[in-house]
Design a protein around this ligand. Structure first.
Ligand code: SF4
Ligand code: SF4
Length: 56
């Protein structure tokens, strides 16, 4: 199940800092996960202070 980032993201960069494969990038409105780079480790879900990362 791929991970995604919701519109609630405040672009704090917490998830970007913990992602081991640098799969999280700036999108037009908030951070976005590149699913072709993501290894689905789940670290970003734990790092997000507002629970904006979810499984699709
Ligand atoms: S699940 Fe892991 S690899 Fe995928 S975006 Fe989150 S931190 Fe990066
Ligand atoms: S940790 Fe959460 S709020 Fe911060 S940039 Fe990532 S998804 Fe957005």
């Amino acid at each position: 199940m791929p991970y995604a980032i919701s519109y609630e993201c405040i672009s704090c960069d917490g998830c970007v800092e913990v992602c081991p494969v640098e799969a999280i990038h700036d999108g037009p409105e908030h951070k976005e996960i590149n699913t072709s780079e993501c290894i689905e480790c789940g670290d970003c879900t734990k790092a997000c202070p507002i629970g904006a990362v979810y499984k699709t």
